[in-house]
Design a protein around this ligand. Structure first.
Ligand code: HEC
Length: 124
């Protein structure tokens, strides 16, 4: 009686811990590009103010990885020091939180961008 109750509970909590430590694989084409097109590309496209000010074009994987005037914004494997993540998370100065002058991204989108960078920022 005891064993049958305790074992499933222990298994469940172990599974919950595993799930928390290893987020599911994030796809650039299915998830990241959607977030960027919806929230960033209206300004970060050649000819638009975000691009003109920063040199960042968020319309393709190649242009995102190329970065802006001040260098690369995505460090594969390291969301903590990637400018992309710092800005959307509001860890840089509040005046340059992205999207510029708009509501912060939903927490789930911020998390997706973070997991994608931490998983190596792959073009998949
Ligand atoms: C309303 C227009 C607008 C939107 C939308 C926008 N940006 Fe920006 N972005 C700017 C402007 C303008 C700058 C130049 C910095 C400044 O003047 O604050 C900038 C700068 C940046 C920089 C700094 C580049 C550097 O070289 O340091 C990054 C990174 C960035 N944006 C990422 C994003 C991301 C990611 C999104 C979507 C979540 C986004 N932006 C949405 C206008 C925008």
């Amino acid at each position: 009686m005891f064993k049958t109750l305790i074992l499933p509970a222990a298994l469940l909590s172990a599974m919950a811990m595993l799930a928390a430590c290893s987020p599911k694989n994030v796809s650039y084409s299915k998830e990241v590009q959607t977030i960027l097109s919806k929230n960033c590309s209206e300004c970060h496209t050649p000819g638009k103010p975000g691009f003109e000010a920063s040199g960042l074009d968020t319309t393709s994987y190649a242009s995102l990885m190329k970065g802006g005037k001040f260098g690369s914004l995505v460090k594969p494997g390291d969301a903590f020091t990637s400018a992309l993540n710092m800005l959307v998370e509001g860890r840089a100065h509040p005046s340059i939180r992205m999207p510029h002058g708009k509501e912060k991204l939903p927490a789930a989108d911020i998390e997706t961008l973070k997991n994608w960078v931490n998983q190596g920022a792959k073009n998949d």
